[in-house]
Design a protein. Structure first.
Length: 252
């Protein structure tokens, strides 16, 4: 029971409205496509109005030297990633099968990605429950067809910025390297209450794209080696993220 001294919690009308209209929107293909087109246009504007900071990598670097590769990204730090795709190279992106990710998948498709739906995989999760096994098979086929793959390394609603085994498993199965990647802009809005500190990139600033060194996983890697590689991916992605933000924020 709330005491007289305690202030009443402030209503969050935007969140309440979103909960009310979320399901109807999810059922409307027209609405979803319209929103995806608007978001894809906004992401293009953000890319065009954020010139690269000194020290930013060229988008084609991993494609040219390690093709095909698995581009690893963090949840919440990846929203502008589709606009940084090297146009000359095909890229397949993995999105979860949740309703919330459907809109993200549509946006990626409008920005030139091929899309695979499935779960990234948790250590104690059966991939089959969320289409994870099928997704990994499709991503492996894409790599075999000489297409690069983009995959979120951490697990939805898990520990942010800690890689799961899904991306490491794909590297073991495919024999292709993981290339950690980070994108940052100097102007941004961080959603502090979100589990992954989702960062919304804003126009009219500077951008940075950073790649870590390729991480290879042996086809016969045992559980201990898989865990070691998972930690290596985590550390490399965090270093790339720190460097990207340092470049756009003027921190050396």
């Amino acid at each position: 029971m709330q005491s007289a001294e305690e202030p009443a919690p402030r209503p969050r009308p935007v969140k309440a409205l979103w909960r009310r209209i979320r399901k109807p929107l999810a059922r409307s293909r027209f609405v979803k496509n319209a929103l995806a087109s608007l978001l894809a246009g906004a992401i293009r504007i953000i890319r065009w109005t954020n010139p690269p900071a000194a020290g930013s990598f060229d988008p084609g670097w991993p494609h040219d030297n390690h093709k095909p590769a698995i581009i690893g990204l963090w949840h919440g730090q990846h929203l502008a990633a589709p606009a940084f795709r090297a146009r000359r190279m095909p890229l397949v992106a993995m999105f979860s099968r949740s309703a919330d990710s459907e809109l993200n998948a549509l946006v990626a498709q409008k920005l030139g990605f091929e899309v695979v739906r499935g779960s990234g995989g948790r250590e104690d999760t059966d991939h089959r429950d969320k289409g994870g096994a099928r997704a990994l098979i499709l991503l492996k086929r894409a790599l075999s067809a000489n297409k690069n793959v983009a995959m979120i390394a951490d697990i939805p609603n898990g520990t942010p910025r800690e890689a799961g085994l899904g991306i490491v498993t794909l590297a073991r199965l495919s024999g292709r390297p993981i290339i950690p990647a980070a994108i940052a802009t100097s102007r941004r809005k961080v959603l502090e209450r979100s589990w992954d500190k989702t960062t919304i990139n804003l126009p009219f600033g500077r951008s940075a794209l950073i790649f870590g060194e390729p991480i290879h996983v042996a086809p016969d890697a045992d559980a201990a080696e898989m865990e070691r590689k998972r930690r290596e991916v985590t550390a490399s992605l965090n270093r790339a993220t720190e460097k990207a933000y340092g470049l756009v924020d003027g921190v050396r």
